[in-house]
Write a protein that binds this ligand. Sequence first.
Ligand SMILES: Nc1ncnc2c1ncn2[C@@H]1O[C@H](COP(=O)(O)OP(=O)(O)OP(=O)(O)O)[C@@H](O)[C@H]1O
Ligand SMILES: Nc1nc2c(ncn2[C@@H]2O[C@H](COP(=O)(O)O)[C@@H](O)[C@H]2O)c(=O)[nH]1
Length: 206
Amino acid sequence: MEQPGNLFVVAAPSGAGKSSLVKALRSFDARVYPSVSHTTRAPRGQEKHGREYFFASEQEFDAMVANNAFVEWANVHGKRYGTSKKGIQDRLANGEDVLLEIDYQGALQVRESFPQAVLIFILPPSWEELRSRLENRGEDAPEVIELRMKNAEEEMAQVGEFDFVIINELFESALFDLKAIIHAQRLKIASQRRLRSDVFESLNLS
Ligand SMILES: Nc1ncnc2c1ncn2[C@@H]1O[C@H](COP(=O)(O)OP(=O)(O)OP(=O)(O)O)[C@@H](O)[C@H]1O
Ligand SMILES: Nc1nc2c(ncn2[C@@H]2O[C@H](COP(=O)(O)O)[C@@H](O)[C@H]2O)c(=O)[nH]1
């Protein structure tokens, strides 16, 4: 049977820079597939249905919940977001690496179903910088920014639940850390495979 792919979960408070890091990662590493979530929030800026998100009505989201179609879902900043089983299960089964960019509640649910998932938390360097990134992004109304800043406190309190923490101060340095975690996980899996391989046996190393 094909070795299943790795599942990476990246969580962070809104504005810490996870989408920017994951987008940059993809330009170096086409082997990691970023899952596209479903959400009940409205598209913002240049977002396209099926690219950043599958934008769903409340009824459509309800139906997916009722049909047990999500690996995880959560209420985040007053809207619902979820990762569909369909979007990731086949890829993992085919040995592809999948990356979820989701909130901490979803990350902890994923760990229940996929204990081998690698959970990564991205922190901003300071509260001031987090606010300034949300403001400079220019995508959210002031009240939405306030809500996201308030929720960031609860989110950051969960950092201890994660396998790795990256501080996204200098972008290139944070990207380096993210690449290193992914590389280390692949090396670990490849080493485990070698430990089970015939080559080991023939070298009398097992
Ligand atoms: N290291 C960094 N230094 C300065 N600005 C950054 C850095 N990383 C990201 N940014 C900027 O901060 C803003 C927020 O980043 P991004 O949209 O990637 O955050 P996010 O964590 O994905 O937020 P959300 O959860 O709301 O989608 C963007 O304008 C991005 O260009
Ligand atoms: N639990 C989940 N959280 C998700 C998912 N997709 C995105 N998110 C998180 O929501 C917030 C807000 O995102 P935004 O695009 O509206 O700024 C952010 O923390 C995302 O990581 C998901 O499928 N499940």
